[in-house]
Design a binder for this molecule. Structure first.
Ligand code: ARG
Length: 474
C-alpha cells in the first residue's frame, strides 16, 4: 500500500512499525471533527484563490460522502493509512480522484490534529457543564426536601456538630459549581484555532486563518505557529479539571457508600442503581458509587500520563504527542458515564430522616453549644470548653447524654446553667443557632440554595449559548 508520504522511501514499512505507530485504532473518534475541519479549510482555500471554487465544490461533496459512509459504516478505516487524517484523505481520493490531493494544501497533520483535538474537547467541555448542572439540580432537590432533616456533621469521622442534610447536599453543589466554572473558564483557551500553523513555521500560501476561525466558531487564533502545534496545555488543563471533578465525585461516592451501610443506615439507594451478590442473597451493593470512586484512579492516571509525556518535549511536533488522545478520550467517557448515573441516583435516593435524627440525639454533638451557652453567661470560651469536657466525661462514664442530666447535675459543673439549657441543646436549636452566612440554620441554607440556583442557571445559559456553535449544526 503506497503511503501518502511514501515518495522518499525505497522500502515498504516494517509491519510491526506500521502497527506500532498507527493511531487509527483510537483517533477514529476524531473522524467527524477531522472532516468538519477539512471542510472549513477547503472553503478558505477557494476564498483565497489557492484552489478553484469548482475544485472546492468537488472536494466538499467528496468529504460529505466520506462523512456519510463513515457514519453508516460503509467504508473501512485502514491501519496502513496510519491515522484518521490520512484515512480520510485516502477515502476522499477513492471518491473524487486526484483533486483530493489539493485538500492538504497549506496544511500539515500537525496543525490538523491539534485542530481536531480542540474541536473534540470543546464539545466535551460544554456537555460536561450540562451534565454537571443536571447533577447539581438533583442535589438541590434533595436539599429542598431535607431542609428539616438533621444529621450529625463529622470531623475525623467522629460526630462533631449537627447539620441539616440540605446543608450537606449544598456543599457538593458548590464543589460542582467550581468544577463547572473551571471548565467554562478553560473553554477560552481551548477555543483557539491552530490551523494555519502548518508543520511548525506557518505556510507559504496566502491563507486566511481568520476565515477558518469564524467558520468553525473559534474565538481567535493560536498566535504563534510553533506554539500552536506544540501546545497540549488545553488537554492537560481539561484532564486536571476532570481530576478535580472526579475527586469531588469520589468524596460523594464515599459518603453514599458509608451512609447506605447498615451501620449508618442514613440513606437507601434505589434498587435500580445497586447490584447484588452472586453468593450472598441479602446483599445490595452500592456498586455505582464504588466504581465512580474507583475510576478516579484512571482519571488521575490520565493526567499524570499526559504531563509526563509532555515533559521535556522539544518544540514542535513529536510523535510522542500522539499519546495525547487515549487518556483524553478515556477521561471524557469515564466522566460522562459517572455524571449520567449520578444525577438520577441522587434524585432517587431515599433519605432516612429518623435514623439521622436518632444519631444526632444519641451523641454529644451539642457539646459546643453548652460551651457557647456558658460564653453567653460571660464565661471565657477556654474555661467553658474545659467545664463542658468534664460534663461530657461524666455523661460518658454514666452512659447518658447531655440532655439526660438534671438541672442540679448541670449546676454542679457550673452555677451559670439555668432551665433554658434544655431548649438550647436540642438538635433543632443547635442547628438554628448557626444563623450566619454559610451556616447550617435553615434560612441560611435556603439562601445557599437560592444563590446556587442562580449559578446553575448561569451555567445552563452558557451551555445553551454554545451548544450549536460547538456542534457546528447551525
Ligand atoms: N497521528 C498523529 C497524532 O495523533 C497525527 C500527527 C502526525 N504528524 C506527524 N508529523 N507524524 O499525533
Amino acid at each position: 500500500m503506497t503511503k501518502l508520504w511514501g515518495g522518499r522511501f525505497t522500502k515498504a514499512t516494517n509491519q510491526l512499525v506500521e502497527e506500532y505507530t498507527a493511531s487509527i485504532g483510537f483517533d477514529r473518534k476524531l473522524a467527524r471533527f477531522d472532516i468538519i475541519g477539512s471542510m472549513a479549510h477547503v472553503d478558505m482555500l477557494a476564498s483565497c484563490g489557492i484552489i478553484t471554487h469548482q475544485e472546492a465544490a468537488i472536494i466538499m461533496e467528496g468529504l460529505n460522502k466520506v462523512d456519510y459512509k463513515l457514519e453508516a459504516g460503509k467504508v473501512e478505516l485502514d491501519i496502513a493509512h496510519e491515522d484518521i487524517h490520512m484515512n480520510v484523505e485516502k477515502l476522499l481520493h477513492n471518491e473524487i480522484g486526484a483533486v483530493a490531493g489539493k485538500l492538504h494544501t497549506g496544511r500539515s497533520r500537525n496543525d490538523q490534529v491539534a485542530l481536531d483535538m480542540r474541536l473534540y474537547l470543546r464539545e466535551v467541555v460544554v456537555d460536561t457543564v450540562e451534565q454537571l448542572a443536571a447533577l447539581q439540580k438533583s442535589l438541590v432537590e434533595q436539599a429542598k426536601v431535607n431542609l428539616d432533616t438533621i444529621l450529625p456533621g463529622y470531623t475525623h469521622l467522629q460526630r462533631a456538630q449537627p447539620v441539616l442534610f440540605a446543608h450537606h447536599m449544598m456543599a457538593y453543589v458548590f464543589m460542582f459549581q467550581r468544577d463547572a466554572e473551571r471548565l467554562m473558564d478553560s473553554f477560552k483557551r481551548i477555543n483557539r484555532l491552530p490551523l494555519g500553523a502548518g508543520a511548525l513555521a506557518g505556510t507559504t500560501f496566502p491563507i486566511n486563518r481568520q476565515l477558518v476561525a469564524e467558520h468553525l466558531n473559534f474565538d481567535g487564533l493560536c498566535e504563534n505557529s510553533l506554539d500552536a502545534v506544540s501546545d497540549r496545555d488545553f488537554v492537560v488543563e481539561y484532564l486536571s479539571n476532570a481530576s478535580m471533578l472526579s475527586m469531588h465525585l469520589s468524596r460523594l461516592s464515599e459518603e453514599l457508600v458509608q451512609w447506605s451501610s447498615t451501620e449508618f443506615n442514613f440513606i437507601e439507594l434505589d434498587d435500580a442503581f445497586c447490584t447484588g451478590s452472586s453468593m450472598m442473597p441479602q446483599k445490595k451493593n452500592p456498586d455505582v458509587a464504588e466504581l465512580v470512586r474507583g475510576k478516579t484512579g484512571r482519571v488521575y492516571g490520565n493526567l499524570m500520563g499526559m504531563l509526563t509525556t509532555l515533559k521535556s518535549l522539544p518544540l514542535a511536533y513529536n510523535k510522542d504527542m500522539q499519546e495525547d488522545k487515549e487518556g483524553m478520550f478515556d477521561t471524557a467517557e469515564t466522566l460522562k458515564g459517572a455524571l449520567a448515573l449520578f444525577a438520577p441516583m441522587i434524585a432517587s435516593m431515599d433519605v432516612n430522616k429518623e435514623a439521622m435524627y436518632k444519631a444526632v440525639a444519641e451523641d454529644y454533638s451539642n457539646a459546643t453549644d453548652l460551651a457557647d451557652y456558658l460564653v453567653g453567661k460571660q464565661v471565657p470560651f477556654r474555661e467553658a470548653h474545659a467545664v463542658v469536657g468534664q460534663v461530657v466525661l461524666h455523661c460518658i462514664n454514666e452512659g447518658r447524654y447531655l440532655l439526660d442530666l438534671s438541672l442540679d447535675e448541670f449546676r454542679s459543673f457550673s452555677p451559670d446553667i439555668e432551665e433554658d439549657i434544655y431548649e438550647a441543646l436540642t438538635p433543632e436549636a443547635v442547628v438554628a443557632a448557626r444563623d450566619i452566612a454559610g451556616g447550617t440554620a435553615k434560612n441560611r441554607v435556603t439562601d445557599q440554595i437560592e444563590g446556587a440556583e442562580r449559578s446553575i442557571k448561569t451555567s445552563e445559559a452558557w451551555v445553551e449559548s454554545l451548544q450549536a456553535a460547538v456542534k457546528l449544526d447551525d
